[in-house]
Structure formats: C-alpha cells, structure tokens
Design a protein around this ligand. Structure first.
Ligand code: GLV
Ligand code: MN
Ligand code: MN
Length: 417
C-alpha cells in the first residue's frame, strides 16, 4: 500500500512548470519556442539539470543528449530495476508551457515526495527528458527515445541534417549535451509518462484522468512538386506546369480523398509549405510541403498512404510536373502495457478521479520506450483541446490530480517485489 506520508508538493510543481515556461518565451505572442538543440533548449536543459541536482539526483546524459535524474534505491538490486518516468522539454514553435514539461516536472515532483519524506524508493526512480521529441528541426520526432529503444543507431541520429542545414550531432555538442552514457544502457522495469491530453475528449466528457492504452500510427512525408516557372500574365492555363496549383490540389485531396475514406479515424495535415521563387507574378516552379497522416489502425494508415501515392502519380501525369515524396517518419500504432494501464486505472479510482480509457492522438516518447519495456501513459484534460499553441491550458487542480495519480501508481508498483 502507498506510504501516506508521500505527497506531491503542488506549489513547487506549478512553480517549476511556470518557470520552465519562461525560457524561450516570446512576449509578442505569449508562447515559448525551445526547438531541440537550440540555445533556448540548452537553457531549459540547464534549468532542469539544476533542479535535478537540487534534489540530489544523480544526473546522467547519454550520447544523444537524453537527460536522466536518478534517485537511487538503498540496494544494488533495487538500482538494477529502476522505474522510469519521462517525457520531453523541447517544444514546437510558439508552444504552450505544458506539452512534455508537465511529465518531466511531475517526475521530479515524485522524486521530491521521496526526498521530503526522507525516504528512498525500493527500486531506483529515474526521471528522463528525451531529446528532440517534437521533430521540428530534425526528423524523426521522438528521436531521443527512439535511439534509446534501439530503433535508430545513435550515429545515424547524430548525422541527421536539420531543416536549417545543421547537423544534429554538431548542435548537440555546441550546447554541451553530448553525454557519455550509451543510449539504452539503463533498462527500466517499466516506463510511465504523464502528459496533457492535447485533445478535447476528457474535457468534453468532464473526466479528470485518461488511461492511455494505445497510440495511433504516424506517417510523415515531404513532397516536392517540380513544374515550370513562367509569367503569371502571359501563360495560358492549358500551358502551365504550375507547382503551386498541384500542391493545392494535393492538399485538397488529403481532405476530400484520403480523410473522406475514413473520416472518423484518419487525420491529414499540411503544416509547412514553401514555393519557389515565391513571387506574386511568377508561376511557382517548385512547391515543397509536408504531409502528416495518422490513424490508430495500421491497415487504414497504409490505405491512406496508398490513396495519396496514387493521386500523386495521377496529377503529376495530368499537369506535366514531377513529384517526389520523401518519407520522414513512419511509426506503427502502439498498444501500451495492459497491466500498467490497469494500475493507472486503479490509482485514478482509488483517488476518486473520474477516468476513461483512451487512445493518444499525439506521438509520445512512451511509444518508443514501449518497444523495450512495459509502458503506459496518464492524460489530464486540455482546455478546448488546444495544444501546440500558447493557449494550451490545464487547470492547476487537474495538473495536480495527474501528478497524484502518477505518484500513486509509482508507489504501488514499487511496493511490489
Ligand atoms: C508530437 O507532438 C506529435 O507530433 O504528435
Ligand atoms: Mn509532448
Ligand atoms: Mn508536442
């Protein structure tokens, strides 16, 4: 049974979330930007490491820059079977303060609960902050946890070239976070990630806790359409090879031909696009844009990719353009550990919080760690279902509920042999 003397220090957790949220803050749009391995990411990492040291955690950093704060067990045997709590502190551009940070700082809150009670966990507790979860500058996303789980060799990850032409390994070294630990060398017995839902379901149903039992598949590609630049005023429509028009047609097809085939589950987004030469009176010669496709069912995700591929072939032929598609990310749907999910559900129940089982629409580090050890996630509501936006918000009391569930699950897991 959980030790009743262990408690989340709510004020401290909320203060740390607010403080981390000031790093990379842009007062013009009230959001913060800590793109992986930027100066702002370094400042966030430095703050996190300081907080780990304040709790007298052992800080270890691996070769891909994942940060671990270790609260050791009283015995070597306990140290060999750690429980890991993790997430990330990098952000998208113009982000809220909660995505990722909430999970990492709640991990610190659990460690703080042990420290405050002058108690050691029977198995080591590790708080992890994984590198480049967001995948904004370097793809794939969830990169640090993917490397950690053995899904991508560390050398390949270090060699990834970013959207700004930088090499990931150089930037990691520049900010001083190339560690010496071999990724994956600490294998926890289980992994738990607490996160804001980033979607509308819990709020709409008035429930406090999401017990995340699976996570949808994610397919990212970069599409380049090459046409012919020509004069906007003199080129008859029938003679155009208009990369801009073709890009627009593809984006419309994503909604009307791909999503429409499975409107309840398939999602499609073009979040980034650019034209060349990008001039008002020139037909674009080049359009490059991204496609993010998701579905919880791998067969349906494959069907969506196929529909898109067929359309690309058709429109390239019809419009006299060439189209290349580069795969950036392909992650299959993940089913989390049933026993761990059941433990989360029991804790929510014990603490009197309404809850439901759910699917994660977002990608998370937990999906990578689930490749190697039992993993599951806890969600708390997101106001208006908004995330990847500075308006991302969860009520303080709901944030604390989630941290309490996390602490309860951790204690109950650790109380077992
Ligand atoms: C991660 O934030 C994702 O793209 O789901
Ligand atoms: Mn996240
Ligand atoms: Mn995110």
């Amino acid at each position: 049974m959980p030790n009743a003397s262990l408690a989340i220090d709510a004020a401290q957790l909320l203060a740390q979330i607010a403080a981390l949220g000031t790093i990379g803050f842009d007062s013009d749009d009230a959001g913060r930007t800590r793109i992986a391995l930027s100066d702002e990411d370094k400042a966030g990492r430095d703050q996190l490491v300081q907080w780990m040291r304040d709790l007298d955690l052992e800080v270890r950093i691996d070769r891909i820059g994942n940060i671990f704060g270790i609260l050791h067990a009283p015995t070597d045997e306990g140290d060999r079977q750690p429980l890991m709590i993790g997430s990330h502190i990098d952000t998208v551009r113009n982000a809220g303060a909660l995505d990722g940070c909430y999970g990492v700082l709640s991990g610190l809150a659990v460690a703080r609960a042990y420290r405050a009670a002058d108690s050691l966990p029977p198995r080591a507790l590790i708080v992890a902050a994984f590198t480049n979860e967001e995948g904004v500058r370097y793809q794939p996303d969830m990169m640090g946890s993917l490397v950690y789980a053995g899904g991508l060799p560390v050398e390949a990850a270090l060699d990834v070239i970013g959207t700004d032409g930088t090499r990931l390994g150089d930037e990691l070294a520049r900010i001083g976070y190339t560690g010496d630990l071999e990724p994956g060398s600490i294998v926890p017995r289980e992994y738990i990630e607490l996160h804001v839902e980033q979607g509308p379901i819990l709020e709409a149903e008035g429930r406090l806790i999401g017990v995340v039992e699976n996570l949808q598949g994610i397919s990212w590609q970069k599409i380049s359409v090459r046409g012919t630049a020509n004069h906007a005023g003199t080129t008859p429509t029938r003679l155009r090879h208009d990369a801009g028009y073709v890009a627009a047609a593809i984006i419309a097809f994503l909604r009307e031909g791909v999503v429409a085939a499975a409107p309840e589950t398939t999602l499609a987004t073009t979040g980034s696009i650019c034209f060349e030469p990008d001039v008002i009176n020139v037909i674009p010669r080049l359009a490059t844009f991204t496609v993010d496709l998701r579905d919880p069912d791998d067969e349906r995700l494959r069907a969506a990719e196929m529909r898109l591929a067929n359309f690309l072939a058709m429109i390239a032929e019809r419009e006299g353009v060439t189209i290349e598609s580069e795969r950036l990310v392909r992650f299959a749907p993940v089913v989390f550990d049933g026993a761990l999910a059941a433990d989360i559900e029991t804790s929510a129940q014990r603490l009197g919080f309404s809850h439901r089982r759910m699917t994660s629409g977002a990608g998370h580090d937990a999906q990578m760690i689930a490749r190697i050890v039992p993993a599951a996630m806890i969600f708390v509501p997101s106001r208006g279902g908004i995330s990847h936006n500075p308006r991302e918000h969860t009520e303080d009391a709901q944030l604390i509920n989630g941290a309490q569930v996390l602490l309860d699950v951790v204690q109950r897991r650790l109380a077992r042999a």
